[in-house]
Design a binder for this molecule. Sequence first.
Ligand code: GLU
Length: 304
Amino acid sequence: MDYKKIIYKSFRVTEQLKDRGQLATYIPELARVDPSMFGVHMITMDGKHYGLGDHQQKFSIQSIAKVLSLTLAYHLLGEKIWKRLGVEPSGTKFDSLILLETFEGIPRNPFVNSGALVICDILISELDDAPAEFLNFVRELSGLSTLSYSDHIADSEKATGYRNIAMCNFIKSFGNIDNEPEEVLDFYFDLCSLELNCEQVAKTFGYLANGGCKINDGKRVITKSQAKRLNALMLTCGFYDESGEFAFKVGLPGKSGVGGGIVAVYPNNYSIAVWSPGLNKKGNSYIGMKFLEELTTHSELSIF
Ligand code: GLU
């Protein structure tokens, strides 16, 4: 497969689109990003790299990091984690509180904010220093030994994080948060603040394209079955209330973030990251989605 040619073609078609969506403004730091940014980076199983546009520019990965915290919790505790949260698409916005009342504090899945907060709580209970140990875990996956949380983004989100603060307290009222909400929220804002570029994101998520093992050194991160399940969750729940649309148009497991990043994997073939900060109405990168649709259309390869 000539991925180089296909990526180039998909990139050229997409970058000409006039509409680029809107920046997320509810986190003040995200509103300051240059909306014209657009980068793509693919890493194949045989170690080939294809990068275009602003693929070396760091961006706030936001909810993409929820896959990594889930991975660590799943690795540490196995199937036990599913007692605390579900594996169903929510059909609601990522920060909605509605279903928490219906399901008595059990989040629908680990990628809506409520689910990610419960995962943070699990990691705090399980680890001596969850923020530090999670950071080390991401350093190991990305190969970035000096990676740190971005305080300016975490502080910016914390200052306006009223919904997440309400949500965490609400879940605690049902008994599904064990630690102090403030500690859980601080960790949550930290993990959402991570900044990586497209190449680093594609590398970090290589294990999901490679049956649970890192691409570069083959080191196992999670079991093959866990990788299958995480990919299934990304396919069904990775794009907020637009997960069906992403499966329909792109046909790959993936995860988006409100910073405009998307990671997607084609198991046994490649890991790809795309970033453009303008979002569509459902909160996913406007041209990032379009690019991936072009990519799987031209390559005629998807999981379906
Ligand atoms: N930190 C963001 C929030 O909690 C993450 C949202 C996202 O990327 O989906 O609102």
